[in-house]
Ligand binder design. Structure first.
Ligand code: NAP
Length: 265
């Protein structure tokens, strides 16, 4: 909404046509930019590939890719690709999408913003082989899976800058704040009930959006490879700086998602 208000060309992505159309109408009503909607399920690699193909056809360049979609899942669920749903949605889908858009990002010396969470601090990707974590064979509950996925977002961000698959395209990650959004209501879980009285203390989604968009702008965190707590650079948990772990996560994700595979003809 904020970007649209400032006149940017914005492509929103939603998995649900009704919710997507509703969000599109409200963003269009608030802004003057060119706003459109694409439907895709980020938990499905095929859907991410379709989305990337459509975006590549439509857009000559991408100035900013904001990997924001995220879920909490009270139950262990496995996607049709064989991945744990939280990991698939929060990490693997965005990992694949980012790779598939890298030429368009390169055209603009674009920026990647990976929306992580302070919850990454309880993540642990060393506790089991990474493929087992991604496939949910080492599932450790709703918050455990969420924390692992959010730690993966940061490891991916840092490794993107180290391996520089597209020189000039920078990536940063952030915790957008504890926000009054639907994420707390997605599941029936004791945590959802526990969080209800605290909703009044949470920040607005718009406030979180400002912190996210700040990192999408040139002139802010231009070196990339940083973690922010809202607007402030912060130190992530130690494991996020483990270069071997980051390289292993990258290699495993690349093997499983096959970003360089040719699309079916
Ligand atoms: N809220 C907080 O306190 C907080 C704190 C730290 C980090 N974050 C992070 O902020 C990001 C945004 O979350 P939020 O708080 O704004 O929660 P939210 O209101 O639930 O928004 C999450 C969005 O992700 C979309 N999504 C979920 N699964 C998807 C899929 N498979 N394919 C495509 N889209 C999908 C949802 O679409 P639907 O409308 O179809 O469900 C929804 O629009 C997440 O990455 C979250 O981890 C939030």
């Amino acid at each position: 909404m904020i970007a649209a208000r400032e006149g940017a060309q914005v492509v929103m992505v939603s998995r649900d046509p009704k919710r997507g159309e509703r969000a599109l109408r409200s963003v269009r009503a608030a802004g003057s930019g060119d706003v459109s909607l694409e439907l895709a399920d980020l938990a499905s690699l095929a859907s991410v590939r379709d989305l990337a193909g459509r975006l590549r056809n439509r857009l000559g360049h991408v100035d900013a890719l904001i990997n924001n979609a995220g879920i909490l899942s009270a139950r262990r669920q496995v996607t049709t690709d064989g991945f744990e749903r939280t990991m698939a949605t929060n990490y693997l889908g965005p990992f694949l999408l980012t790779h598939l858009l890298k030429e368009r990002l390169a055209e603009a010396r674009g920026r990647i913003v990976n929306v992580s969470s302070d919850g990454h601090r309880s993540g642990d990707l060393r506790r089991a082989p990474i493929e087992d974590v991604l496939r949910g064979r080492a599932w450790n509950g709703m918050m455990g899976a969420y924390a692992d996925s959010k730690l993966a977002n940061i490891l991916f961000t840092f490794e993107w800058m180290r391996s520089a698959p597209v020189p000039g395209v920078i990536a940063n990650a952030l915790h957008p704040g504890v926000l009054r959004t639907r994420i707390w209501n997605q599941n029936w879980h004791p945590l959802s009930l526990f969080m209800q009285p605290f909703r009044i203390l949470m920040g607005s989604a718009q406030r979180g959006g400002h912190a996210v968009l700040r990192l999408a702008q040139p002139g802010v965190a231009d070196r990339g490879g940083k973690y922010f707590d809202k607007g402030r650079e912060a130190r992530a948990v130690d494991q996020a700086y483990d270069e071997r772990l980051a390289a292993e996560l990258w290699e495993t994700s690349t093997r499983l998602c096959r970003p360089s595979a040719r699309p079916p003809t």
